[in-house]
Design a protein around this ligand. Structure first.
Ligand code: HEM
Ligand SMILES: *[C@@H]1O[C@H](CO)[C@@H](O)[C@H](O)[C@H]1NC(C)=O
Ligand SMILES: *[C@@H]1O[C@H](CO)[C@@H](O)[C@H](O)[C@H]1NC(C)=O
Ligand SMILES: *[C@@H]1O[C@H](CO)[C@@H](O)[C@H](O)[C@H]1NC(C)=O
Ligand SMILES: *[C@@H]1O[C@H](CO)[C@@H](O)[C@H](O)[C@H]1NC(C)=O
Ligand SMILES: *[C@@H]1O[C@H](CO)[C@@H](O)[C@H](O)[C@H]1NC(C)=O
Ligand SMILES: *[C@@H]1O[C@H](CO)[C@@H](O)[C@H](O)[C@H]1NC(C)=O
Ligand SMILES: *[C@@H]1O[C@H](CO)[C@@H](O)[C@H](O)[C@H]1NC(C)=O
Length: 358
């Protein structure tokens, strides 16, 4: 089912960058000195109605030295308004609550995505993760053996900065294809498609496989679904470019911003993600073997077949590769976090696996 795949898609959102931020001295007891271990996801919020979220309790504040922001405009904005700790070092539970409160992301989608990211990016002992570059503030890193592989497989430094060239391309898609110069489903899909074609044409190492394949389609829908103020089921999904820039560049809610009415969960991302995919339904998981030579991956189901389970196994395997031989509390925490992750698959069609024991 398409919706499950998009859900799975947001896994492995490796948040670590190649660079360490500047050293920041710790005043007093750091959160990274306590080791609560694995924690279960917090409960869903009950009230998912629209409400003012740029309120007096959540003022936007500029970055302080050492504050971390990353590739996700949603999490960046939540941190800059204090829905998340402004430092950018957070627990998975804090992310799950904040994305619900601040954007009305559905609990099922939020929890799944967050645990998927946390098991590879987070610190299982301190229960902390960074929303951007790797930092000592999350505690000592136990991922030793495959550290470089992990870093190399992910992002390059520059990606964390707002890129005016890319924003111009997004704007151009909105002007050429959007409703009255706004970002809508069509122009968002055009932009995504252009980015994929550009990568195929220029990046000899381009890989576009699960989970990134699925993530890309899900993320394309997020601005339409969650950056539009007071979105309701009968309002149009169009995002003005000034508002888009506010999130992407300033990490700031537009003035008087109301979160959407009703949550945006697995079901909703499945529906809208399918719309985006169907506009250019000929890109399947694969990777470049040299520029312009995009070779399909026959193993990767993408949106077809049992993609959710494929993603679960892939992510679990990746976690094991990062922690080949954990002991004691670390092993226990890995067991518990993987069990939480499996429980968040909803109604899985695959067996749970226990690479760290039961
Ligand atoms: C639930 C926890 C979330 C996690 C762990 C997460 C993580 C990420 C990561 C790692 C990326 C970068 C992907 C890449 O380029 O490799 C990303 C991109 C993105 N995220 Fe999130 N995200 C979350 C929630 C949200 C929410 C609630 C929103 C919107 C309200 C959002 C909007 C976006 C958008 C629009 C992008 C694409 C940015 C771009 O193309 O430059 N995310 N997210
Ligand atoms: C939601 O409501 C239920 C039932 O009233 C309650 O047990 C639960 O604690 C509430 N959740 C939150 C996050 O407040
Ligand atoms: C911004 O994106 C463009 C287009 O992909 C790229 O050529 C350029 O290097 C990027 N700039 C930075 C600073 O990353
Ligand atoms: C189109 O955008 C312009 C400028 O933002 C605005 O004045 C006009 O009302 C919009 N038209 C429609 C049909 O939304
Ligand atoms: C592609 O990967 C090779 C080998 O890891 C590396 O030397 C090269 O710089 C990469 N090229 C790009 C454009 O990332
Ligand atoms: C939000 O949308 C509803 C339904 O369209 C509308 O009645 C309400 O006035 C809007 N609220 C704001 C603050 O725009
Ligand atoms: C908000 O959503 C609820 C159900 O999710 C619905 O009953 C209500 O009519 C919606 N309000 C608006 C203004 O669309
Ligand atoms: C995960 O690892 C197992 C054992 O090595 C392997 O059989 C399986 O194909 C892997 N699954 C994925 C999706 O990578």
């Amino acid at each position: 089912m398409f919706s499950s795949f998009l859900a799975a898609s947001l896994l492995s959102l490796a948040l670590s960058a190649g660079a360490f931020p500047e050293y920041r001295s710790l005043a007093g007891l750091s959160a990274a000195e306590s080791t609560p271990g694995a924690q279960p996801p917090p409960p869903a919020i009950n009230d998912t109605s629209s409400k003012l979220v740029f309120d007096e309790a959540h003022p936007w504040e500029p970055l302080r030295p050492g504050d971390i922001r990353g590739p996700c405009p949603g999490l960046n904005t939540l941190a800059s308004h204090g829905y998340l700790d402004r430092s950018g070092v957070v627990t998975p539970g804090e992310i799950i609550t904040a994305v619900q409160e601040g954007f009305n992301m559905g609990w099922d989608l939020a929890a799944f995505v967050t645990y998927a990211a946390f098991i590879v990016d987070g610190n299982h002992l301190t229960n902390l993760m960074s929303i951007g570059a790797k930092t000592p503030e999350t505690g000592p890193d136990a991922r030793t053996r495959y550290y470089w592989r992990f870093e190399h497989s992910r992002r390059i430094r520059g990606n964390f900065l707002f890129n005016e060239t890319l924003f111009d391309q997004l704007s151009q898609a909105a002007i050429d294809f959007g409703s009255n110069g706004t970002l809508d489903v069509t122009s968002a899909a055009v932009h995504r498609h252009n980015r994929i074609l550009d990568s195929i044409a220029r990046n000899p190492n381009f890989t576009f496989v699960t989970p990134r394949y699925l993530t890309a389609y899900a993320e394309t829908t997020f601005p339409l679904a969650m950056f539009v103020s007071n979105q309701t089921s009968d309002s149009s999904m169009t995002l003005g470019l000034d508002d888009a820039r506010s999130f992407f560049q300033k990490h700031k809610y537009p003035d008087n911003f109301f979160r959407r009415n009703g949550s945006y969960g697995l079901t909703e991302v499945g529906v809208l993600g399918a719309e985006v995919f169907e506009l250019f339904p000929n890109i399947f998981p694969g990777n470049n073997e040299g520029v312009g030579n995009y070779v399909l991956d026959p193993e990767d189901p993408g949106f077809n077949g049992d993609g959710l389970c494929y993603a679960y196994y892939k992510q679990t395997n990746f976690t094991l590769s990062l922690y080949p031989d954990p002991t004691d509390d670390l092993r226990t925490a890995l067991q518990q976090n993987l069990a939480s992750f499996y429980s968040l698959l909803g109604d899985p069609t695959c067996e749970e696996v226990f690479p760290f024991g039961q």
